[in-house]
Design a binder for this molecule. Structure first.
Ligand code: 9UX
Length: 72
């Protein structure tokens, strides 16, 4: 089913970082929307839990060199 995962993303310090993460995450199968706030360093990701879970989202963002943590 549908779920929203909120992540705090360490190391995301400029608009290019945001764009890099946004592009990579929204491309994952099952992700329906990605909203990233640079000032709060939070990402709100809507996704189909059956296709992609919080661990997958975290793994992808870590792969890009950032430090995501589950916020809620
Ligand atoms: Mo900006 Mo982010 O110059 O990894 S792209 S800090």
């Amino acid at each position: 089913g549908n779920d929203t995962t909120i992540l705090a993303i360490g190391g995301m310090t400029c608009a290019s970082c945001v764009k890099t993460i946004q592009s990579a995450v929204e491309f994952l199968p099952g992700v329906t929307s990605v909203n990233i706030n640079l000032l709060t360093t939070q990402a709100s990701i809507k996704h189909d839990q059956n296709l992609v879970g919080p661990r997958d989202l975290i793994a992808k963002i870590e792969e890009l060199g950032y430090e995501p943590q589950l916020y809620s």
